[in-house]
Design a protein around this ligand. Structure first.
Ligand code: NAD
Length: 335
């Protein structure tokens, strides 16, 4: 198979690239990434010289750059590329519409023209909005996004659906809960808190800290996308989540305990605008239809993650100093 992965220099995308190249050494993989602040080629050092892997520095809204890759003949596209941080979307929603909605539409259009056999859109449970104290998101839950980020992801999902209904494009959408694990940019809760705790800096917790997320180890998400890529039924949406509901305070306390730091570092700050209260995923469909099962429970996953950040201080130092960034000139030329 020849697969185009977009956003493969980001957190989940790079974990997926590593997973795919390890699991299917016979596959050819092209990774297209615009290398925004969230793209980090350090994540891919282990595979960058493999002959079956190629990095292309391009923006998914750049139709011409992408068209030349489709012209090579692709078997599948997995779209991770996105602006992904809710707080940034509140400050700069236009950027989110551009990449998440327009970028997805460019990919869909090229996929349609190329009569692509498999298109996987990596989406999020945030498109469903927020839950009360009980209940779970199923694939039938109506979309009710509350942030510019989730609205842009929901917009993309609707386009993906429309390309299936209108043109018969064989698409799938995965909607996963919050991920954690290696290579996550330290603006997101878990690496941010680890990093700040290690430096004895206050840990900013939004509002009362009781917002609940359903945490999943990134490798389990990658395995779910792998199963959808290979066996998803065309047009279907698959929720992905491990039933690991924890509120933010619980997550932060675990990190402090593991690192031997005091709870006095917790600093309650003003809540995020429109902050969703609770997410929780019903993943019965992907379990029943594709045989997916998470392999990491939360307790061991969070410990492994803390250990990874402790063992990879150099990775974090290069992120902190900005040394991980390459000059910002996306080009159409492969390589
Ligand atoms: P990330 O921010 O770490 O990575 C995004 C990647 O996309 C970066 O490498 C960035 O350079 C690239 N990118 C951004 N704009 C681009 C553009 N215009 N063209 C090409 N590349 C571009 O994000 P992540 O956490 O790895 O999330 C990946 C995907 O998974 C996103 O679509 C996100 O919505 C979804 N998702 C994330 C989570 C989570 O917990 N992180 C959960 C569910 C779904």
């Amino acid at each position: 198979m020849k697969i185009l992965v977009t956003g493969g220099a980001g957190f989940i995308g790079s974990n997926f690239v590593l997973h795919l190249l390890k699991t299917y050494p016979g596959y050819e993989l092209i990774n297209v990434d615009a290398l925004t602040y969230a793209g980090n080629l350090d994540n891919l050092r282990a595979v960058e010289s493999l002959p079956q892997y190629r990095f292309v520095h391009a923006d998914i809204t750049d139709r011409a750059a992408l068209a030349s890759l489709f012209d090579e003949g692709l078997d599948a596209v997995v779209n991770f590329a996105a602006e992904s941080h809710v707080d940034r979307s509140i400050l700069q929603p236009d950027l989110f519409v551009r990449t998440n909605v327009l970028g997805t539409q460019v990919l869909l259009e090229l996929a349609r023209e190329a009569q692509l056999q498999r298109y996987v859109q990596v989406s999020t449970d945030e498109v469903y909005g927020t839950l009360g104290a009980t209940g779970l998101f199923t694939e039938q839950t109506p979309l009710a996004p509350n942030s510019p980020y989730s609205a842009s992801k929901a917009g993309a999902d609707l386009l993906v659906r429309a390309y299936h209904e209108t043109y018969g494009l064989p698409v799938n959408i995965t909607r996963c809960s919050n991920n954690y694990g290696p290579y996550q940019f330290p603006e997101k809760l878990i690496p941010l808190m680890i990093e700040r705790a290690l430096q004895d800096q206050p840990l900013p917790v939004y509002g009362d800290g009781l917002n609940v997320r359903d945490w999943l180890y990134v490798e389990d998400h990658c395995r779910a996308i792998d199963l959808v890529l290979h066996g998803g039924h065309p047009g279907e949406v698959y929720n992905v989540g491990g039933r690991n509901e924890r509120n933010n305070l619980q997550v932060v306390r675990t990190i402090l305990q593991e690192l031997g730091k005091p709870e006095s570092l917790i600093d309650h700050v003003q809540d995020r605008l429109g902050h969703d209260r609770r997410y929780a995923i019903d993943a019965d469909k992907i379990r029943a239809e594709l045989g997916w099962q998470p392999q990491h429970d939360y307790e061991s996953g969070i410990r492994a993650t803390i250990r990874w950040y402790l063992d990879n201080r150099e990775w974090m130092a290069r992120v902190r100093s900005g040394a991980y960034r390459v000059p910002q000139q996306p080009s159409a030329s492969p390589g």
